[in-house]
Every structure is written in C-alpha cells, then in structure tokens.
Design a protein. Structure first.
Length: 307
C-alpha cells in the first residue's frame, strides 16, 4: 500500500517524520499499526500547522493515504473498531519494548535493539490517538527513549552500557548524535534506508531512572518480533522465549453468582467487550498471561457488575 506519493515533508512538520517512517517500515508486515502511525501523524500535523500551503498540501496527501488504507482493509476489525485497534497497537508496541528490554538485560547491545526501544516509544505516542495514555505506558515511553539515547551514547563513545534500569543523575542526552535518517524528509511510500537508530536525541528526557523497575517479560508477549533483528553486525546469543507466569484463575469466579438486582449498564458491556478484545489481541502474540487476566476481568464484571 502506501504507494501514494507524499510531497516533501515541510520543516514545520519535522516532529512527525519518524512516525511516518515507522509506518513505511510496517506497511507490509503490520498494516494496522502502519495505518494508526499515519493517523497519529496526520492528527499531530493538523495541530502544528494546517494553514500554510505546503503543510496543507502534505496533510491532504497523507489523508488520501489513510483513505486508501481504509478501503483496502475495510473488513479488518482493528481498523473499523477503535477498541480492537488500540489493543493491537498497544500489544505490538509492548512486544517491541520487551524485545529490546530482554536484549538489554542480557547485555546484548546493538543497533537494532536501540531502534526497537525508540520504535516502541513512537508506537506508544500513537496510542494517544485512542485517548490519554495510561501511567504505565507513559512510563514505558520515557524509559524506552532514555534507554535508546543512553545505549546509543555509550556505543558511540566506546563505553559498555549497564543493563537494566539504572540511575543517570545529572547526565543530559541533548548532545546525543542526531542520526542521518532523522534529518531526511519522508517523500513517498518507499522506506528510506534505516540507519543505526532513527530517533531524535533532542526529544530524550533527562530524568533519573533509578527508581523505575521494569521486570523483563512482565508487560508484553515473550516472543521476539519477527522483524528484529536481521543483520546487526553483532554476534549475539539466540533469544529464548521468556517463561510465562500464568495467573491462577480467581477461585471466587467458580462460585460467583449474579445477584438478581445486578443490572449491567451499556458502559459495563463496553468495558467487558474491551477486556475480551484485549484478550484476543494478546493471544495473537501468544501472551497467555495477559489473555487470562483480561478474560477474568470481563467475567467478573459480567457476573457481579463490579470490576
């Protein structure tokens, strides 16, 4: 898809270039995620500048791309239903995050891992299309961007990064190297050659992450994304799927009975549907733990009227 050519990206819209590049890279293997990357880019671009001729022309062509994708994937629930789309994008973002996190904790530092951290943060940006970010996802986004810059700086300076969450008090990443791919404009549906990591270092937070605890395997499916890594130029051990801790089924659900006075509201049904959609999306990535947790939430809500 995405064969519709875009005009040169106006300088005013530079902040959306990486989301558009990510869309190009995902067009074939994850068209749903690519669609929402473009939707995020268009919505963000409209807020930045939709009045100057070059921005209006660019955003109009981007809108044409979105309409073409809607027609092509009109029968896909993840495009037609926001609940399903949100779950799909979130699971893919966390899958990318977990891949990078597992590589980091294993001490396997390479360019594709850096890019995966930053791509995960971009995809969490995209989740704002569906509403306000959860506190957990906001934390993941900050952590992923910080890790991408920290590891990039270490490798650039010939230093060995420290794996996992660590404190970096007083260190600023504003002087981190700006990647060549980051300075080029998005012109058409063809993906630009990817450099070591396509991120804007100036957007990296400078916070101290000593207190952040992100246990490996706790937030996303254990399987490594199919597209990462390819040729990293670094010899690394094969990543084995992280054993999943399957939550026990709440015993109270076996004996719970719906009280006669329980009346479910339309909002209750919508939340139950959301949990079921999240479970279904999690199963696409073989994330049994998340699927079980969400199914239990849906069941409890339907039986008791409470979450």
């Amino acid at each position: 898809m995405a064969a519709l050519a875009l005009p040169p990206l106006p300088p005013q819209l530079k902040s959306i270039q990486h989301h558009l590049r990510t869309a190009q890279e995902l067009d074939k293997r994850e068209p749903v995620v690519a669609y929402y990357c473009r939707l995020y880019a268009m919505q963000t671009g409209m807020k930045i500048d939709s009045k100057t001729p070059e921005c209006r022309k660019f955003l109009s062509k981007l809108m044409d791309q979105l309409e073409a994708m809607k027609k092509q994937f009109g029968d896909n629930e993840a495009i037609t239903q926001e609940i399903v789309g949100s779950a799909h994008v979130e699971n893919y973002a966390l899958k990318m995050f977990l891949y990078a996190d597992n590589e980091d904790r294993a001490g396997q530092f390479h360019k594709n891992m850096i890019k995966s951290f930053y791509t995960a943060s971009l995809l969490i940006d995209v989740l704002t299309v569906f509403g306000e970010l959860s506190e957990e996802n906001a934390q993941h986004r900050k952590y992923a961007r910080w890790k991408a810059a920290y590891i990039h700086n270490c490798l650039k300076n010939g230093e060995t990064p420290q794996p996992g969450p660590i404190g970096m008090e007083g260190e600023s990443f504003a002087d981190a190297e700006r990647e060549e791919a980051g300075s080029s404009s998005v012109h058409s549906g063809t993906t630009q050659p990817s450099s070591s990591s396509t991120y804007e270092a100036n957007n990296i937070p400078t916070s101290n992450y000593t207190g952040i605890h992100i246990p490996p395997g706790a937030h996303a499916p254990a399987n490594t994304p199919a597209e990462v890594p390819h040729n990293t130029g670094v010899t690394s051990n094969t990543i084995q799927p992280t054993p999943q801790n399957i939550p026990l089924v709440d015993p109270s659900l076996y004996s719970a009975q719906s009280a006669g006075e329980v009346r479910l509201t339309p909002e209750d049904f919508a939340r139950a549907q959301k949990y079921c959609k999240y479970a279904g999306s999690a199963l696409q990535y073989e994330d049994v733990s998340t699927a079980v947790q969400n199914l239990q939430k849906a069941l409890k809500l339907l039986i008791t009227g409470r979450e």
